[in-house]
Design a protein around this ligand. Sequence first.
Ligand code: CTP
Length: 403
Amino acid sequence: MSQKRVLLIVGGGISAYKAPLLVRALEKRGIGCRIILTKAGSAFVTPLSLASVSHNEVHEELFDLTQEAKMGHIELSRSADLVLVAPATADLMAKAAHGLANDLASTTLLATNKPVMMAPAMNVAMWYHPAVRRTMETLRGDGIHFVGPEEGEMACGEYGPGRMAEPEDIACVVEGFLNGKAVYGSLAGRSAIVTAGPTLEALDPVRFISNRSSGKQGYAIAAALARAGARVTLVSGPTALHDVPGVTMVRVESARDMLAACQSALPADIFVAVAAVADWRPKTMVDVKLKQKSSQGSPNIALVENPDIVATIAQSGTNRPSLVIGFAAETHDVLTYAALKRNNKKCDWMVANDVSGDAMGGDTNAVTLLTPNGHQTWSQAPKEQIAKRLVDTIAQHFSAAAN
Ligand code: CTP
C-alpha cells in the first residue's frame, strides 16, 4: 500500500510553533507531509525546522519559479490525500470561505480536489465573533472537516475555546480519516436541542416555585455541541447566564412553555434534557392574576403535575430525535434510580448526577453515563469537561452508526 500523504498548510498563529510536532506525530503514523508555510506562519516557525522534520522542501511563494518548475501549485494542491490546515487562522478560514486566492495557501485551498481539514486556532473573542461563526457555517456547508478547537488557557492569557487541538490529537483524527473513519468529534450536519436551568412555576404575579439549578451544565453542553459542529437550540429556564454564542437561544419560564419550545424546535437528531423541570405547578395559577395577601392567612396550594418533557419528546413518533439523553438528579441510590428513569422516560442514555453535594449550582460535576451497553463513570471535573466528554461520546456514537 502506498504511503498516505498530507499537504500541511501552516497559518500564522502562535500555535504554528507546534507544526514540527504535528509533522512528527503524522510521520510516527506513517503519514508523509508536504508543507506550505504562509508568510504570517513564518513569523512563528522557520521553513528550515519544517523542512528538517518533514524531509521535504517547504513551499512559501505562489510564483516561485524554482518551485513551480519542480511542481506547479495546482499539482501541489492535488499531491496529497488530505489538505490539512493547522493552525487555521481566522484570516485563512475567511479567505477559504470567500474563495480568495491571493497567496499560495489560499490558492491551494481553492484549487484542491482533495478533502480539507482545518484545526482552528484563535483568541476566544475572535472564535465567538459573528463573522467567524458565519465563516464556520460556510466552510461546514462546503464540506470542510474540523478538528478542535480545544477549550483552555490561551497564549494571550484568556480562557475559553479557540486553542488549537494538540498535535497528537490532530494526527490521530487525520489517521482515522485517511482510514475511512468519520472525523471524530465532528457533529457537522447534526441538529440538537438542549434544555437547561430550572423552570419557574408562578403562584401569583410575584411568587413562584422553582429550584436551585444554575443552568451551567446544560449551557456547557450546548456550547460543546455547537463547537463540534451541531446546529443547537438551547431552551433555557430562567438563569443568570449569558446567551451561548452560535446557539439559538429560547428563554422560557414554565415547564409547559419549555415543552412547547422543544416541540417547535423539532425535528432534531439529538435531545439532551439537562433542565431541572419543576414536577408540579400550582393548580390555580392560570386564573390568579392578583397578588395573594398575607392577611388571607396561610394559603392552601393545590398542585398539578407538569408534563414530562423528555418523556414526551422521546415518544414523539416519527419526530423522535435518534438520540435522547436525560439527566437524573439523585441524592441516594443514584444508579438504581437513574436506570429506572432511563427505562420509564424511554431515553436512550441517562446521565446519573449525584446532587447530594453542590453539583446543583456549582462549577463541577461527577456523573455516570448509562447506555444500553453499560455504564461509564466520569469523576469530579469542571462542567465544561463533563460536557466535552459527553459530546465526544455522542460524536463517537454517530460516527460508529455511520460506519
Ligand atoms: N424531566 C423532564 N420533565 C419533567 C421532569 C423531568 O423533562 N417534568 C427530565 C429532566 O430534564 C431530566 C430527567 O427528566 O433529564 C430526570 O429528571 P429528574 O428531576 O431527575 O427526575 P424526575 O422525573 O423529576 O423524578 P424525581 O424528581 O422523582 O427524581
